[in-house]
Design a binder for this molecule. Structure first.
Ligand SMILES: Cc1cc2nc3c(=O)[nH]c(=O)nc-3n(C[C@H](O)[C@H](O)[C@H](O)COP(=O)(O)OP(=O)(O)OC[C@H]3O[C@@H](n4cnc5c(N)ncnc54)[C@H](O)[C@@H]3O)c2cc1C
Length: 397
């Protein structure tokens, strides 16, 4: 019997995956979430082969896969005329699944969250728990909540997101603004009459901006999009990564773009502009009995759609190590191993996302752009091939 008592702070995809993997491994785990309900409206997520390998292993993939959409192709289109610059086959049975053994599926984030929650005992999730402080006391950590109460755990996994207060307390500010911001939405494909291929994953790339969209329901009649522009140069606020915007401001970077792009952005109502930040690679992800996981450790630009997928990988590996006999006896060994495996890999994915940020926003005349887009699948297959389940098996034995 594993006697370890683990507290996970944050019930996002990373925290919930960690909780489920620990629970499956026989570790006593409680997830503490500041929100009073686990709902998020308006966010789609790409789950790639590397994420499905873990979700399959945890027995939740079958609950989520039928709810999502499987595009046939990844298509890059030019911003104004909409012609194809490059495309890659992705369909079920197509090259992607043959090569990586798992599909690509666009899903609603809330569907993934719900599937994970449903597999956890109700008492393992405590809502309305906002962490305001923590301190190590002997071989335990004391967690102080906003309502004045405290809890204790042998180990704390801080999965409290890209703006992690835990990370800031341990290592100071490490976020880096990308000089880009985005507008997001979910729209019925029928409201974008000029759109070809709504059932596919498409990037429209142009000078200083791009638009990404993919379907998130099986019939592809709902698509989620992220429209990104190279502005503002400096993010005006320290306290928030979202600022108010008008509909006109959201459309402004796409004046002169293909009608499908303008229709899509305009089909959603915009009141917020999202800053795109990345967390600078950290020297360490832990101090003592507190370890960072997911976006709190390595928040990244979203251009490879890997943020949640990498958090899922982190969660599985750390849970496997903590569930092993050695990890149960020596959780700090497990945390060190976790960092040694995950830091180099996620730093490479973060770097790849910065590279994508550059080649998605250059003019048609840029010769390097087309060769970068044409070799995307080949250059980044290491992300999708990564088998963290196998890695975890080797690391924990
Ligand atoms: C525009 C955009 C598009 C994206 N698209 C994709 C995609 O297609 N595919 C993909 O894999 N990733 C994508 N991502 C990234 C992905 O959304 C994140 O990487 C992922 O959701 C991070 O999960 P997380 O659990 O680490 O953090 P979060 O989802 O941020 O969860 C953190 C949780 O911690 C809680 N919390 C925070 N502070 C406290 C506290 N003090 N006490 C208690 N609880 C606390 C929060 O309420 C929250 O529930 C995208 C991101 C953006 C911005």
């Amino acid at each position: 019997m594993n006697e370890l008592k683990v507290a996970v702070v944050g019930a996002g995809i990373s925290g919930l995956t960690a909780a489920l993997a620990l629970h499956r491994g026989g570790v006593r785990v409680t997830v503490y979430e500041q929100a009073s309900a686990l709902v998020e409206i308006g966010a789609g997520l790409s789950v790639f082969a590397n994420g499905w390998r873990v979700l399959d292993n945890l027995g939740v993939a079958d609950h989520i896969k039928p709810l999502g959409a499987r595009p046939h192709e990844l298509i890059f289109r030019s911003w104004d005329r909409g012609e194809r610059i490059h495309s890659e086959p992705m369909a079920l049975g197509g090259r992607y699944e043959r090569e990586f053994g798992q599909p690509y599926i666009g899903v609603l984030r809330s569907h993934v969250q719900r599937a994970l929650v449903e597999q956890l005992p109700a008492e393992a999730i405590r809502l309305d728990h906002c962490l305001v402080d923590f301190a190590e006391e002997g071989s335990q950590v004391r967690l102080d909540w906003a309502d004045g109460t405290s809890s204790w755990a042998d180990l704390v996994i801080a999965a409290d997101g890209a703006r992690s207060a835990t990370r800031t307390k341990l290592f100071g500010a490490s976020e880096r603004y990308s000089g880009t911001s985005g507008f997001r939405g979910i729209v019925p494909a029928a409201e974008v009459p000029s759109l070809q291929d709504p059932e596919n994953l498409q990037f429209w790339v142009g000078p200083d901006a791009h638009l990404l969209h993919f379907p998130i329901v099986p019939e592809a009649d709902l698509v989620t999009f992220l429209a990104v522009s190279e502005s503002p140069r400096r993010w005006p606020r320290r306290d928030t990564w979202r600022i108010a915007c008008t509909q006109e401001e959201a459309l402004e970077p796409f004046v002169g773009w293909h009608p499908a792009v303008r229709e899509m952005v305009d089909a959603a109502s915009h009141s917020e502009r999202w800053a795109l930040f990345s967390v600078a690679p950290l020297d360490s992800w832990s101090r003592g009995r507190v370890a960072l996981l997911g976006d709190s450790a390595h928040g990244m630009l979203p251009h490879h759609g890997q943020g949640a997928n990498q958090g899922i990988e982190d969660a599985y590996l750390l849970a496997a190590l903590l569930s092993s006999d050695r990890g149960a006896a020596d959780p700090l060994w497990a945390v060190n191993e976790y960092e040694a495996h995950r830091k180099p890999h996620t730093a490479q994915v973060q770097a790849a996302s910065w590279v994508a940020n550059r080649f998605l926003h250059v003019p048609d005349t840029d010769a390097q752009r087309d060769s970068a887009l044409k070799t995307v699948a080949e250059h980044y297959s290491w992300i999708h091939q990564h088998d963290v389940c196998r890695e975890a098996e080797l690391a924990s034995n």
